[in-house]
Design a protein around this ligand. Sequence first.
Ligand SMILES: [Zn+2]
Length: 322
Amino acid sequence: MGTNWGSATLRAAIFFLAIFALSLGSYDLALAAPPRTPPGIAPTSVEPIGKDLYSYRWGPYRTMFAVTGEGVIVADPLSDEAARALDSEIDKLTAAPVKYVVYSHSHWDHAAGARVFKDQGATIVAQDLCAKNISETPHPDVLPPDVTFADDFQIKLGDQEWDLHYFGPSHSDCLIVIQPKPANILYLVDVLNPPFGYSMPWNALLPDDHIYNFVPFFDAVDALAKRDGVTQITGGHLSVIRGPDGKPAAAPALGPASAIADKRRFWDELLTAVGDEWAKGTYSEVIPDQLDLDRFADTHGYNRDEMWLLVRRLGSYYAGGR
Ligand SMILES: [Zn+2]
């Protein structure tokens, strides 16, 4: 079991949430339930990650926010319930309103919930394609952005500056990397989750992922980190580690920026292995049984069944280009 245990526990918790939702027969009721986390991990937390910058955790999700005398900048609102809870936490730190909400990407499980901030007058910012995605697949709690941009955007409020960078399709086609300053960290959602770099993706089926740009994407993020001397990153999810007592514990919100190059190496090595098999003329549906999957057993969160699915998915990429 080893390092798998934490993520297996987290998966079990999320599975339980899904069953809970089914048993109630109501999506809304499930969302209104308090967030569930593995035993021993608090349901929510606020953690300082830089000057006037905080990571907010709602169950297995993370977002971040910056507090200035002129107002607050919030990244992903996560959900209606999470955003209301976050708004209460912000009220403990400042009377200033939320001025900006920045979507990391358009997926409902991160972008929902901005209404409570919009009602305070917040401007919602996202990459251009997020607006298109949200209009094509709307959700009642996902508000469309007020301001969109193509490649780069800068938000300045008080002594905070958030630089927003788009490096092409990756996880969804509109995911951006947020660089809050002066903290000078990177906020990366769903493409990796610190402290783990050489790690299994959250979902081996890679829904709405653009595999062809994975390696160039991580190259671009790594170049940005090196250019600006970024040494730490934060993510959009809880990572579970073993605490000093051997029990599951929440990993700190910040992890080393070296995880960027490690994740790039993971995709490069796995894609090369699958691509080599494809080049031999092996049909994509046969590749997972042909490849020695245990070559990748040192991947964080490795599980042979999940790796089988991932390799099956990557085989389809070699067959279809997507
Ligand atoms: Zn996502």
